[in-house]
Design a protein around this ligand. Structure first.
Ligand code: NAD
Length: 297
């Protein structure tokens, strides 16, 4: 059945996600502050909405894909925002990567108005967004998950219900904290191996089948050679930019401090990625941290 979907935030991720909803036969209304983003959206078959309020009033489903928590709070709860104009039966999906506290605050405000909402951050990057192959980590009540799922299925391949409101964001930042820490660990091992005269390919062959095995080593190896598709083989062009890894590590630290969890390696990873980004690594792939650790960034 065709629905009217409102899509706010038509950037690198939101743009292709919205066009996949168009391709699936839905009427999609779009809103963005960027004229260029709107033009691409309209040329792909989307309709430009006059305002957030107009979009919200006309939509059965609303998806937001915005940079950070402050943008999400403003678009939902601010003056002229979604919650002022949407119908009570509207299904709302926030796919931005934001702090857990903001996700829970906005979701509670939606619930108070009788609306169903999920936080549904993604992994899979721009390529996954274009291919409709994203992984969605979803937080929210069962009925909201069930209502959102047919739309998430169009934009993604793997849809996981992680629990109540905010748990999608919790899953995303916990996963990316593991990733940031493990990438630093693997990179340090390759730097040490170099100093000890151990060939990188030999370390890979041994560790990829031994207890050091992990995704950062076997799927995304930070040195050129062992995994031909990894960004190390194309001078660390992203991929997943170090600036985005730093954003997620900072969100993990905010959440850890607000929840009283001890995450000393997460804190150290955030410090190292801050240094890497400040020394020019911001736009490079996050696996380029190996060059920073080697002292050659
Ligand atoms: P982006 O900057 O390309 O897009 C964000 C869009 O939101 C922009 O077009 C901007 O104009 C628009 N916007 C900002 N404030 C707005 C407002 N008040 N009203 C309307 N539009 C507004 O960012 P992106 O790469 O698409 O990322 C979006 C979200 O997805 C972020 O939270 C990011 O962390 C997350 N994410 C990105 C990737 C990736 O690889 N790019 C991967 C996973 C998750």
């Amino acid at each position: 059945m065709s629905s009217t979907v409102g899509f706010i935030g038509l950037g690198n991720m939101g743009g292709p996600m919205a066009l996949n909803l168009v391709k699936a036969g839905h009427r999609v209304l779009g809103f963005d502050l960027s004229e260029a983003a709107l033009e691409t959206f309209v040329s792909g078959g989307g309709e430009k909405a006059g305002s957030v309020g107009d979009l919200a009033a006309a939509s059965d489903v609303i998806v937001t894909m915005l940079p950070a928590g402050k943008h999400v709070r403003q678009i939902y709860q601010g003056e002229g925002g979604i919650l002022e104009s949407a119908r009570p039966d509207t299904v709302m999906i926030d796919s931005s990567t934001i702090d857990v506290d903001s996700a829970r605050v906005v979701s509670a405000a939606a619930l108070e108005k009788g609306m169903t909402m999920v936080d549904a951050p993604v992994s899979g990057g721009v390529a996954g967004a274009a291919a409709g192959a994203l992984t969605f980590m979803v937080g929210g009540p069962d009925d909201a998950f069930a209502a959102a799922k047919p739309f998430l299925d169009i934009m993604g391949k793997t849809i996981v219900h992680a629990g109540g409101a905010g748990n999608g964001q919790a899953a995303k930042i916990c996963n990316n904290m593991i990733l940031g820490i493990s990438m630093i660990g693997v990179s340090e091992a390759f730097v040490l191996a170099e100093k000890l005269g151990l060939d990188a390919q030999k370390l890979f062959d041994i560790s990829s089948t031994a207890s050091g095995q992990c995704w950062s080593l076997t799927s995304y190896c930070p040195v050129p050679g062992p995994v031909p598709g990894s960004p190390a083989n194309r001078d660390y062009q992203p991929g997943f930019a170090a600036a985005m890894m730093l954003k997620d590590l900072k969100l993990a630290q905010e959440a850890a401090s607000s929840a009283g969890a001890a995450t000393p390696l997460g804190a150290e990873a955030a410090s190292l990625y801050t240094l890497f980004c400040n020394s020019g690594g911001e736009v490079r792939d996050f696996s380029g941290i190996v060059q920073f650790l080697r002292g050659s960034s």
